[in-house]
Structure formats: structure tokens, C-alpha cells
Design a protein around this ligand. Structure first.
Ligand code: PGA
Length: 252
């Protein structure tokens, strides 16, 4: 199976007004009209999605979180079914910023299963907070994968996108460090190996993407030497020009 490369913008809790959201989305939409080979996704705050979906079909929409129950007495939550009914295609799950607020592997797993159940494509995020000389971080990642993917079938694994995001390289991390394409390749090979042990040859079809301060300067490195099937872009997805530069590199 040929894997279509994917560039995903994670807007996080930005921008502050619907007007700014429309401006950013339209700006990207205008500049990506010629993109043919790759998929482009924007994950804005959920309350902007309905407006944005009317602007362009070229950019798929994703949410940044969801709840695992379908409906009911869960104040403040949004279900996967609701997102799906709104026209959302992807959902970021297990992002390090949500894990920092207390989300556990078990909860991420419930969300991944619920997302697949309603036809959403989970963007399952994982990544270590730091790297240690004893390579304990590899066990940490292994646990995130194993616990996050409990009860996922061999048939559905290829629907999931895995986003490797070392927390130490994310733009908002204090004293952040740059990850290199070597860091990315090492982990992507490691993640693929764990998936193969668990899911057999279907693991080869899983898109494993890289995220963490991706810019137009290092995008190519992560895609080529870094072995990534795509990119998850935070800060630089909030600037239409910078985001489209990254998209164009991936398309080329
Ligand atoms: P960043 O964010 O590109 O701003 O580092 C990536 C992410 O957290 O998804």
C-alpha cells in the first residue's frame, strides 16, 4: 500500500476570534489549491469547525480531543459521533498537553477505540518527556503504544495515524531542544517494530508522523532521513505562509 503523506496543523487553543480563524483557514486554503499528492488537515478549536468547513474542501478538518461516550450526562464533553456528524474526519488523541493535564493511557485508549467506532481517524500522539542515557524512554514509549492500543484489531490498526512528538522538542516546552532527523528515524523504526510485533504486516501500512517545532527549515529532513510519513505542526500552523511552506515541501 502506498501511504499518502499528510501534514496536520494543530492550532491548539488559538486564535481568539472566529474572524481570525476564518482568515487563517482561508489563507491556507487559497495557497494549497494546487496540492494533489498529500493530505492537508487543520485541527482548530472545535467551535470553529462548522464555519471553517464551508470555506474549503481541500483541507480536511480534525478535532483536538473528544470524549469516549456517545452522548449523555457528561458536562463539557464533545463526543466522536458529534464530531463525525459535523463533518470532522480526524481527531488528535493523547496529545502531550492533554496528558500533562492528567489524561492516562487508559483514557487515550478508550478515545482511540471510540473514534474508530464512529469512523474518525485517530491521530494518536505519543512521546517521551526526556531522554535518559539508560534508554528508559524506550520503555515509556512502548508502554504508551501498548496501553493506548489495547483491543485494537489488526484490521483497524492501519486506519490510525501515530504522531511521534518528543515533548522536549515541542515549541512551548521550557528549555526545549531541537530534535534531529536521526532522533525521528530511531523512534519511528522503534515504534514500527512494536506495531509489527503486535499487528503483523498490517503495521507497515500505519502512517507514523513527526511533530515538535517543525518548520520549513527542517521539514524535509524529518520526511527524508527522519523517515516520517507526515508532519504534525503546532506553532507554525498558525501562520498561513509558514504552514503552506511546510505543505509545499511535503508535496514536492
Ligand atoms: P509545535 O507543536 O510545532 O508548536 O512544537 C506541535 C504539537 O504540539 O503538536
Amino acid at each position: 500500500m502506498i501511504k499518502t503523506k499528510i501534514v496536520i496543523g494543530n492550532w491548539k487553543m488559538n486564535p481568539l476570534t472566529p474572524k481570525e480563524a476564518e482568515k487563517l483557514f482561508s489563507g491556507v486554503a487559497k495557497l494549497v489549491s494546487k496540492i494533489k499528492k498529500i493530505e492537508v488537515v487543520a485541527c482548530p478549536p472545535a467551535l470553529y469547525i462548522d464555519k471553517l468547513k464551508k470555506i474549503s474542501r481541500k483541507i480536511s478538518l480534525g478535532a483536538q480531543n473528544m470524549f469516549w461516550e456517545e452522548s449523555g450526562a457528561y458536562t463539557g464533553e464533545i463526543s466522536g459521533e458529534m464530531l463525525y456528524n459535523l463533518g470532522v474526519k480526524y481527531v488528535i488523541l493523547g496529545h502531550s498537553e492533554r496528558r500533562a493535564l492528567g489524561e492516562t493511557n487508559l483514557e487515550v485508549n478508550k478515545k482511540v477505540r471510540a473514534a474508530l467506532g464512529v469512523g474518525l481517524i485517530p491521530i494518536f500522539c505519543l512521546g517521551e518527556k526526556e531522554r535518559d542515557e539508560n534508554h528508559e524512554y524506550l520503555n515509556f514509549i512502548k508502554k504508551q503504544i501498548e496501553e493506548g492500543l489495547v483491543s485494537i484489531s489488526k484490521d483497524s490498526i492501519s486506519k490510525i495515524i501515530i504522531a511521534y512528538e518528543p515533548v522536549w522538542a515541542i515549541s512551548s516546552t521550557l528549555n526545549r531542544k531541537n530534535a534531529t532527523p536521526d532522533d525521528s528515524r530511531e523512534m519511528i523504526v522503534f515504534i514500527r517494530k512494536i506495531l509489527s510485533d503486535k499487528f503483523g504486516k498490517n503495521a507497515l501500512d500505519v502512517r507514523i508522523i513527526y511533530g515538535g517545532s517543525v518548520s520549513s527549515k527542517d521539514a524535509l529532513g524529518f520526511l527524508q532521513e527522519g523517515g516520517a510519513d507526515g508532519l504534525l505542526v503546532g506553532k507554525n500552523s498558525l501562520d498561513a505562509k509558514k504552514f503552506v511552506e511546510i505543505i509545499n515541501i511535503c508535496e514536492a
